[in-house]
Design a protein around this ligand. Structure first.
Ligand code: TA6
Length: 292
């Protein structure tokens, strides 16, 4: 669909609008009373999420590439149908984190109400697949901008045989200075970060409630998830060697990723016709007591 067709079919004045983004792919802007967010149809990737009174809750690299075949660095990449390195048996050089984040998704639905705006994207095996993962599937991402930002990633097996997949919502949370934040809710002790050590751990975790206490941005970012079996916490050292992360970039993000990865036996096997939904919610809150 062209931008004009997208706006004609799925746009709504003052609530949902599409524009051509970098790399020529469409970007959707969603507006609700509590804030705004932007979504790239390439990758089915939320890029930004701003709420009243706060800076962006998500980090998007200034060096992010929007070219076909590349993964956009930042926002909320959809890692699917595998998380991490390609599963054993896949051809050498198969990219990490699956093909969904390197594919162009379609808009299938939009709606809005007084306090929320909804956009639903879809990817099927007609749009993207991999010879090493040859299954009929329907992947949908429902993005709801309301009192918080909610993502519902549904996988449905359209094949006539079971298939197994892994997934993660690879969320880049924006922070003021990673050296000063505390990540609570993952382990007994709060997790902290620095410039020299890369933190890259898959923690078995269900019923995720993570809080990022960020004194520099004067906020607490809350991230919760349903139906994930693990949470990945990634914070690279400053010297991360990633061409699309500027020097100093890692000081301004922390990845907290609800996941169903093979690393912790969390991969999901779906019978023909069945479906699974991974849900994540993000909300910035103020640590200050509300004015009486
Ligand atoms: O989520 C953690 C991780 O698997 C790290 O090991 C690191 O590779 C990161 O993802 C980024 O992966 P990407 O393929 O987006 O560069």
């Amino acid at each position: 669909m062209t931008i004009d067709q997208l706006n004609s079919h799925f746009g709504a004045a003052g609530r949902i609008a599409f524009r051509e983004g970098p790399g020529g792919h469409p970007i959707a802007a969603l507006v609700a009373p509590q804030g705004v967010c932007e979504v790239s149809l390439y990758g089915g990737q939320v890029l930004t999420y701003r709420t009243l009174g706060f800076q962006d809750a998500l980090w998007l690299s200034p060096l992010a590439e929007f070219a076909d075949g590349k993964a956009i660095r930042g926002g909320i990449p959809v890692c699917w149908p595998w998380f991490g390195k390609a599963p054993a048996g896949m051809p050498e050089g198969t990219p990490s984190h699956g093909f969904a984040r390197r594919s162009l998704w379609r808009v299938v639905h939009s709606e809005y109400a007084a306090r929320e705006t909804v956009l639903k994207l879809e990817l099927t095996d007609d749009d993207a697949t991999d010879p090493a993962w040859p299954y009929a599937y329907q992947l949908t991402l429902t993005i709801t901008l309301g009192d918080c930002l909610t993502l519902e990633l549904q996988t449905r097996n359209l094949s006539n045989e079971p298939f197994t997949y892994g997934e993660a919502l690879h969320t880049y949370l924006r922070v003021g200075d990673a050296r000063n934040i505390r990540l609570l809710g993952i382990t007994e002790e709060a997790l902290s970060f620095n410039d020299t050590d890369t933190h890259d751990v898959v923690y078995p975790k269900t019923d995720l409630v993570a809080l990022i206490s960020d004194p520099d941005m004067e906020r607490i970012l809350a991230l919760t998830a349903d139906d994930s079996s693990a949470v990945v916490v990634w914070h690279p050292a400053l010297e991360c060697g990633l061409s699309d992360v500027s020097l100093g970039g890692p000081r301004h993000f922390l990845c907290v990723e609800p996941a169903n990865p093979h690393h912790t036996g969390g991969e999901i096997t779906l019978a023909p016709g069945s479906a699974h939904v991974l849900t994540m919610r993000i909300q910035p809150t103020s640590p200050k007591e509300k004015n009486a």
